[in-house]
Ligand binder design. Structure first.
Ligand code: NIG
Ligand code: FE
Length: 410
């Protein structure tokens, strides 16, 4: 298949470029008036229209007036969940903070209760719906976490649901086990016992069924400590799971340093950062992941995207799609919020949402940019003048069509 007369082909990278960082994030390589050639689910060529020889091509699609970009890579979500939490939304409007709601037994524990009451089939149906919605907004690969089960059966139910989504859809779905998301009521005064349950019961079963690739922990004041993280990541490694962790959302307690010690693939949130935290991230393979829609929704500081660029620390942008802190999986909105509230350029936001998102899921060799040999995971826009129009017209979706592994999904 060949896509022709593309107004702008955006996000071209060389094969060896696996992530962008520093001021190079402010650059997007573009070809005006371009073609893109696809075969067997992969990009096999691109260039200027005037250089295209059409001899043996069978299928042609004319994209006059449209931009083509790599599909979004959303590297941090909790898209599998039961029920919703709009009551907490009202509580926050009336003055309670996210942390105060959690301290009253709401928050994550609220979702855990709803999870317990929901069958695997109903859970799957709701998640499938959400996944279709985000794919229609341009997401071409996604990471999904467990963490609302908080029991052996609950966590397995969530992870099996994620596996089923991966089997049903063409898009890449990466699974992360987040047993240490909150302390269940039952273990209120016995955290060690819950950690034991994770380590001795959940992890062996997850490995046996091949249900996850990554391990996560909510390392935060009033949730899990840095020592807890050490235990969990150590146990995870024994079962072949690599760390992608929640750190520095409300307080800086040393989680970043500990995660790096365990070769974390990514450290996510980072709304609260001190000098030591920035230093720990310099020249590391671990990528930061910022979640602007979470900051927006629960009214907390936005992650320090601009500073990370200045310090040459690579970061991805993701939605954090979940019922408590970001009930929205729209990567277009994430891009707009990153530009508007974190003050970064549309180019930096695009790079963070495409190639760097792929890096945060360890798939940037195969996707995240327009590169020969990579998967044909692309977004086609409506007739807009420039890619900057997308974050500028915030809250709207200008992705008209999405192709995943060479197939149009809409
Ligand atoms: O990434 N911070 C921890 N976990 C989620 C929120 C979970 C929830 O409130 O349901 C997050 O923000
Ligand atoms: Fe999260």
């Amino acid at each position: 298949m060949i896509l022709t007369n593309i107004k702008q082909l955006v996000g071209i990278q060389s094969e060896d470029k696996l992530k962008t960082s520093g001021f190079e994030m402010n650059k997007l390589n573009i070809i005006e008036n371009a073609y893109l050639q696809i075969n067997n689910g992969k990009i096999i060529g691109f260039g200027k229209m005037k250089d295209l020889s059409m001899d043996e091509i069978e299928e042609v699609e004319d994209l006059t007036g449209k931009l083509v970009l790599p599909a979004w890579n959303d590297s941090h979500t909790h898209l599998v969940y039961a029920g919703t939490r709009e009551k907490e939304f009202i509580d926050r409007i009336n003055g309670l903070s996210y942390e105060e709601i959690a301290a009253r037994g709401g928050g994550i524990l609220n979702s855990a209760k709803l999870m317990e009451e929901t069958s695997e089939n109903d859970l799957y149906a709701a998640a499938e719906n959400r996944l279709k919605q985000v794919m229609n907004m341009g997401t071409g690969a996604i990471e999904i976490k467990s963490g609302y089960g908080l029991s052996l059966n609950g966590e397995l139910k969530m992870l099996r649901t994620i596996k089923r989504l991966n089997e049903k859809f063409d898009l890449t779905v990466k699974a992360t086990f987040l047993g240490a998301h909150a302390l269940p009521k039952k273990y209120k005064n016995n955290k060690e016992k819950y950690l034991d349950l994770i380590i001795k019961e959940m992890l062996p079963n997850i490995e046996k069924e091949g249900l996850a690739e990554y391990i996560d922990i909510f390392c935060e004041t009033n949730y899990f400590s840095v020592d807890d993280m050490h235990k969990i990541l150590e146990a995870g490694r024994k079962h072949g799971l690599k760390p992608k962790v929640h750190v520095n959302q409300f307080t800086s307690i040393g989680g970043i340093q500990k995660a790096i010690e365990w070769d974390a693939i990514s450290v996510d949130h980072l709304e609260v950062m001190n000098g030591k935290d920035f230093n720990a991230l310099k020249n590391k393979s671990t990528i930061a992941t910022l979640l602007p829609s979470c900051s927006f929704f629960i009214n907390i500081p936005f992650g320090p995207a601009k500073k990370l660029i200045e310090k040459n620390i690579s970061f991805a942008l993701a939605t954090d799609y979940n019922p408590g802190s970001s009930p929205n999986g729209n990567m277009n909105l994430v891009n707009a919020l990153a530009c508007i509230k974190m003050n970064i350029s549309p180019e930096a936001a695009f790079n963070a949402s495409t190639l760097n998102g792929a890096y945060a899921m360890e798939i940037s060799k195969n996707t995240g940019s327009i590169t020969e040999g990579k998967l044909a995971n692309i977004n086609v826009t409506s007739n807009i003048n420039s890619y900057g129009f997308m974050p500028y017209s915030f809250g709207q979706n200008h992705i008209e069509r999405t192709m995943i592994k060479g197939k149009w999904i809409n």
